[in-house]
Design a protein around this ligand. Sequence first.
Ligand SMILES: Cc1ncc(COP(=O)(O)O)c(C=O)c1O
Length: 412
Amino acid sequence: MSATLAADEAVRRRQAEGLSTLPLAFGQAGLPVHPRLRQAITDAADRNGYGSVAGSAELRDAAAGYWRRRGLDTSPAQVLTGPGSKALLYTVLQAVGGDVVIPQPSWVSYAAQITLLGKQPLRVPTLPRQGGVPDPDRLLDAVRRARHIGRDVRAVVLTVPDNPTGTLASAATVERVAAIARQLDLVVVSDEIYRDLVYDGSSRSPAEFAPERVVITSGLSKSLALGGWRIGVARLPAGDIGDRLRERMLSAASEIWSSVAQPVQFAAALAFDEPDDLTEYIARARHLYQRITMAVADAFTTVGAAVPSPQAAFYLYPDLTPQRERIAAIHHIHTGSDLADVLFDRYGIATLPGRTFGESTDPLTLRICTGMLTGNDPQQRAQALRSTDPLALPWIADALGRLRLALSELTR
Ligand SMILES: Cc1ncc(COP(=O)(O)O)c(C=O)c1O
């Protein structure tokens, strides 16, 4: 099972035993459904036919408009929908075929999906604070070497902005990787599910730099907290590469999920049209996640961890290596896995070690997700979204206090 989903189940088991737990492992957006979307899905409940495999005309039209507003000329024919962007990512990788480069570290499912397709992922390290995008020089070198020994490398995956590190690669890095992909004739799969949660709104897509070869995946699981509705969209490039991929992806989709639930598609079309009230919800969500994530980053830097400053969504990737001697001497913690185990068993704080994200060793890094710190129930979460001072809300203040206490004990 996926490491993140397994961590979520461990948290549920602990909670079922009545033990209070801080859930910082699973990448869930902890906010309520916007009332407009709740109404939309109810209004569309009678849409019980299967519908088109590619997705309804209204949803593809709305998603094309969403990308056009972000400077990417897009026709509805370039859009495919699926039950979450995760399913679409798998069908893109399958449709491309061949070997795939992924960033190191990177979101757990890329490597797992590539393994399911019978291949070994090629991991290329990222540069500091450029999470989600392989170091361009090492990418060039790794693909050349792999081809030299007979591997058929055809794609590179990027996460812009990034989970696990919460950082956003610069436009210059994205542009260089796009140029190298063109030089090496690679398809770029750009996972932009967190794009609308970049704190300063500055995200750039590789599709701006190599439009003929970039597939973008996105969805509503994070910006509108609709993970359980299972809806994702893919934007294929216009032209030959896109046409070929579209045919193969449609063929896989028609044999696996047929179509996405029609009421969900109806509500998603409304969301991708970006009416003012939903745009305001996302702006508030972004601000709330930023406040909480920065406070958690501060808790780690206070005890001497190195933390790349989070730039998007609800992730951070603290590294406790600067404190390694103390932690080892007092607590016998030598690796990130030890650290995550002690935090969970002794303090009830669920995190994931960096190793889960494909680090080649087991460094003293943790991937922290702050998305569930917004509240313990829908009322608290709604209150957090409205609050002008979320860090003062008792449940958020308590969670931060508990984390600070555990970290100070571990590093004392
Ligand atoms: C980087 C990244 N891509 C994709 C997904 C999956 O999103 P979806 O709910 O659209 O399948 C996640 C969810 O955790 C993610 O972190």
